[in-house]
Write a protein that binds this ligand. Structure first.
Ligand SMILES: *Cc1c(COP(=O)(O)O)cnc(C)c1O
Length: 222
């Protein structure tokens, strides 16, 4: 496993304007430093405790992406430093992030998670719910948070056609929101694509991919 080589080979496959988030969850700091020394600055984690520990230990110019399911009572731990929260799946969570943003004198960048997959277990908002949030008067008051786009995860399947349909559907919803020129939300980021499907996601219009195992190797959960 050579992390620098893996990163170089992925970068060769993706256009410059696509942001690569290296998903380092479960991996030890030494491996994160290998990515860092190869020039990688955007790293993604999905557990609050693991993220804060890594933030404390590692260089301060790392841009930390939170890509997991975030509980409202844990927002405070990452609010001071998180670069982008990908998985906002309720208005309540957005309001909590706003409050913590205000406490930290910042406006925290967020993506709304869209439920595109079929699985019942996947978190996320429907298109209708997202429109309601983006059109609500209340969002204008939430100056501690900044909605910058959408995040989605395709169904976990071997069926490439199915995945492609879901990506196309998400991209078209993204384009629709973007064209509305919402004065409060600045819709510009579409986070979709992981190790197994990032090339397809980029073909379908993704501009941010979250890649873990193809960079750091398979994860072993204990
Ligand atoms: C773990 C994870 C990834 C990366 O998955 P790989 O298949 O290892 O690339 C991407 N997005 C989210 C939300 C994840 O939890």
């Amino acid at each position: 496993m050579n992390i620098a080589e893996n990163l170089a080979s992925i970068k060769n496959h993706i256009p410059n304007e696509v942001c690569l988030v290296a998903v380092s969850k479960t991996k030890p700091n030494e491996l994160l430093m290998e990515a860092y020394n190869a020039g990688q600055r955007d790293l993604g984690e999905n557990k609050v405790q693991e993220l804060t520990a890594k933030f404390e230990a590692l260089p301060k110019d790392i841009k930390w992406h939170f890509i997991g399911h975030l509980q409202t009572n844990k927002v405070k731990y990452i609010a001071p430093f998180v670069h982008l929260i990908h998985g906002v799946d309720s208005f309540k969570l957005l309001k909590t992030i706003h409050k913590e943003g205000i406490k930290n004198n910042r406006s925290i960048p967020c993506l709304l998670q869209v439920k595109i997959a079929e699985e019942e277990s996947k978190f996320g908002l429907s298109g209708k719910e997202i429109n309601e949030i983006l059109n609500s008067e209340e969002l204008k008051e939430l100056t501690g948070v900044k909605v910058l786009g959408l995040m989605g995860m395709a169904t976990n399947t071997e069926n490439e056609q199915k995945i492609k349909e879901e990506f196309i559907q998400l991209k078209s919803f993204f384009d629709e929101l973007k064209s509305k020129d919402n004065p409060i939300a600045d819709i510009q980021i579409l986070s979709m694509g992981m190790s197994g499907d990032y090339e397809l996601a980029i073909e379908c219009g993704s501009n941010m991919v979250r890649i873990g195992s193809s960079i750091f190797g398979e994860r072993h959960y204990v």
